[in-house]
Design a protein around this ligand. Sequence first.
Ligand SMILES: [Fe+2]
Length: 308
Amino acid sequence: MRLSKGRVVEGRLVCPYHGWRFEHCGQGTSPGTPRLCATARRFETTERHGIIWVKAEGPEATIPEMDYPGYYRIHTFQRRVKVPLLILLDNFTEIEHAATAHFTLGYPLEAMSEVRMSTEVDDRSVRVVTEGPQKWIPWAGSLLFGMYTRDRVSFDWTTRFSPVHTEYEVWWQTPSGERHRGFRMKYIVFFRPVTDTETQLFGCYFSTMKPWGVLGLNILRRLVLAGLIGYEFELDRRVVENLADFNTSLRGAQLGRFDRPLVEQRKRLARIYYGVDQPSADPEAGLTEALRVAEPSSTHGGRPWTSA
Ligand SMILES: [Fe+2]
């Protein structure tokens, strides 16, 4: 029985099936058979940012700090999406789709070939930095936030795998890059597989905008931003849930220069999150080399990758 369906009575977790009760250390008793020795597995837990974190077994697992000095929380949300974990992770760690699928966050399709991207990897993380022109922003958005269509926008995100999460930083500059626009954003998104075909997402968004601002205008800005974040997510959800199939193997796929992180993430997800370490079991072995061949020349604005 799932003890998560139980309830706490006098400091003990009571199983809803036969009423066995467990201490916080996992030691349990059975009211029907008092001499029985019952135990449940015990996990380290902590409460942070209004969420209860349960630490998985194994040395890799860490509970992220989520402390960003100078940043204020704008929005927190959780959703379930009817796609496998890897499909949702691909979507959140790939920028090419933003041109078509997003409303305003990302680069315009006609300038996608100018977007510069670099990828850095180490044993435990995959980092991506992109820079290019901002796609269309409605005039009301420019008025409210002080940033404009064709400004220079940069994304810098790092994905780690226990728990599976990505930390992002976004900032805007004038088209020439000589000065920064209004505010910066940071956000962190966690991905948790519910079943093989459903994934829970938890996102926490922060910005350098102070809670009030002049005449309390930041209250409006933060509300609009929170709505926009929810809307962008909804657009992504519609795209990923309508994929033709959920085959996550990249073998035989046509890989472009924006797909490098997807390859690297598969390797680390298999090793760190699923504990598959044998090279022969590596689901995407050899793809890094295939990608290197597929990489367009530097005239497309791609910078060389750092290899694992
Ligand atoms: Fe997206």
